[in-house]
Ligand binder design. Structure first.
Ligand code: C2E
Ligand code: MG
Ligand code: MG
Ligand code: MG
Length: 282
């Protein structure tokens, strides 16, 4: 028998289900403690202006420093947090921490950056999202123009009208909105014009072989052209080698993010990169 999380009832499981449910419950328990014990950390990955080669922004990416298992990647625990509902508390923490850090950098005299925070499907649908964002901005004193939320296409397609309303309310706060992993979801170009977004982020699947596959290159060019036509900033993720950077620069991509410049790093290391922009090569 295993206790089902959140409900006060016992349910019978097969041996295998029992094992899975048990490890799931353990993970949920560890996540709850992780938030209380401050084991979550936000890493930052630079977003670099393609033509000026300077850092213009950062993507905030959560890491879990589990004392027993070391660093756990979000791919492992975000889906579980999403299912268990813990994503709301974790997501709120990431948002506040990212706003706090960004404001701290501005107060320290660094050129202002836009920090982008990932929002999960459940967070996006949550009634409290607008209030959570408003409070994060108010409490940290961050000017909303330096905050952007990254959402994915698939989060928007279930109920397009509700999604548009939610996006408008977010934009009314003065923040930016980016479509993450663009091109991989149930992308429906007919809706794109209705979404009050500021940024398109080309999925790294397209960037990976822009230098070797002419068809992929053509698709990447089309997304860049589309962004230009819709007056959106266009960001490429997953730029790993000089050939990717060259392609993106030559084809008018605004902003580039990827291992070529830097992996996601702790705030202190990010600060060092801002102090020594010479470390950026290209
Ligand atoms: P994403 O939002 O698409 O983030 C980009 C992912 O690509 C990051 O993985 C980043 O480390 C990785 N990446 C960046 N540049 C390169 C590159 O040049 N090559 C390759 N191979 N990978 C690159 P990460 O940090 O493991 O995050 C994975 C996903 O987890 C994110 O995908 C996002 O969906 C989710 N995630 C991360 N942090 C958060 C968070 O705070 N909240 C929520 N809801 N989701 C998050
Ligand atoms: Mg993202
Ligand atoms: Mg992405
Ligand atoms: Mg991605």
């Amino acid at each position: 028998y295993a206790k089902v999380s959140g409900r006060n009832q016992y349910q019978f499981f097969s041996k295998d289900m029992n094992r899975k449910a048990k490890s799931r419950l353990e993970l949920e328990g560890r996540m709850r403690r992780a938030l209380a014990n401050e084991e979550f950390v936000v890493f930052y990955q630079p977003k670099v202006s393609a033509d000026r080669d300077t850092i213009v922004g950062a993507e905030a990416l959560i890491r879990w420093m589990d004392p027993e298992r070391g660093m756990v990647s979000p791919g492992e625990f975000i889906p579980v947090a999403e299912e268990s509902g813990q994503i709301e508390a974790i997501g709120t923490w990431v948002l506040r921490e990212s706003c706090r850090q960004n404001r701290k950098w501005q107060n320290a005299g660094f050129d202002p950056l836009k920090v982008s925070v990932n929002v999960s499907a459940r967070q996006f649908r949550s009634r409290g999202l607008i209030e959570t964002v408003t409070e994060a901005l108010d409490d940290t004193g961050l000017d909303p123009k330096w905050l952007e939320l990254e959402i994915t296409e698939s989060m928007l397609m279930n109920d397009v009208d509700a999604a548009v309303r939610k996006m408008k309310a977010l934009r009314d706060l003065g923040i930016g909105l980016s479509i993450d992993d663009f091109g991989t979801g149930y992308s429906s170009l007919s809706y794109l014009g209705r979404f009050p977004i500021t940024t398109l982020k080309i999925d790294r699947a397209f960037i990976a072989d822009v230098d070797t596959n002419p068809k992929t290159a053509e698709i990447a060019r089309a997304i860049i052209g589309l962004s230009r036509g819709l007056n959106l900033e266009v960001v490429a993720e997953g730029a790993e080698i000089a050939a990717h950077i060259m392609f993106l620069r030559n084809n008018g991509c605004d902003t580039v993010q990827g291992f070529y410049y830097s992996r996601p790093v702790p705030a202190e290391e990010f600060e060092r990169m801002m102090r020594q922009p010479v470390l950026l090569h290209a």
